[in-house]
Design a protein around this ligand. Structure first.
Ligand code: ZN
Length: 207
């Protein structure tokens, strides 16, 4: 499988870009890796990159986007931060990745058993982590279905907060980046949420 070129990148629609990720995850789950020569891809990308997707995911060591979507060098912009939270630097990176470089889909990818989400649910405070975990609090506030045991020991609560965190992050991208919102309204990009299951390797997209 070859690296994306300017031609293949520009020929993709947002929907086909999403489909490439879905098919990549299916290969990953079936242990059928596409045949790639990474060193050859170093060569192919040496003069430029034409990635098709931008993925915001967690730093969790089990959730590397290139691996779980079976992608190679030059295929995706990978933004990783604990709890896949958003800030203005990450929004700036997304604006670069879409408006300037032309990726077709933004994926906000949460995952099961996320230590950052559990920490936020337990209201952990430690050094600079406190500020980061505070960014997950809106998802906790918006979780209205759990009335008891609203902490990190309640798997259902943690799962709901994880999904809400993805949902609210997507809403914030649209609200806080007029550049990205316009690209989406013009149909030039898609913004999609997803959840990676660390027990099965399966990514479930919201569409
Ligand atoms: Zn995580």
């Amino acid at each position: 499988m070859r690296t994306h070129s300017k031609e293949t990148q520009s020929s993709l629609t947002p929907q086909t870009a999403l489909q490439i990720l879905k098919e990549g995850n299916e290969r990953f789950v079936k242990n059928l890796k596409a045949n790639r020569n990474l060193l050859q891809q170093v060569n192919e990308t040496s003069t430029g990159q034409f990635p098709f997707a931008t993925i915001l995911s967690c730093i969790d060591s089990r959730t590397s986007s290139e691996l779980i979507f079976d992608q190679g060098l030059g295929d995706i912009f990978s933004i990783r931060i604990a709890g896949n939270i958003l800030n203005e630097d990450i929004l700036g990176s997304m604006e670069f990745a879409t408006k300037i470089v032309g990726t077709k889909v933004i994926v906000v990818l949460g995952h099961t058993k996320c230590g950052a989400i559990v920490g936020a649910c337990n209201h952990v405070e430690m050094g600079n982590l406190t500020t980061l975990l505070n960014k997950i609090q809106p998802a906790i506030f918006n979780e209205k279905t759990t009335t008891e045991n609203r902490d990190g020991s309640n798997a259902d609560f943690v799962n709901n907060v994880t999904k809400l965190n993805v949902h609210l992050t997507i809403e914030r991208i649209r609200r806080e980046s007029p550049i990205i919102a316009e690209l989406e309204q013009q149909g030039l990009i898609k913004i999609v949420g997803g959840l990676y299951d660390v027990e099965t390797g399966v990514v479930t997209f919201n569409e």
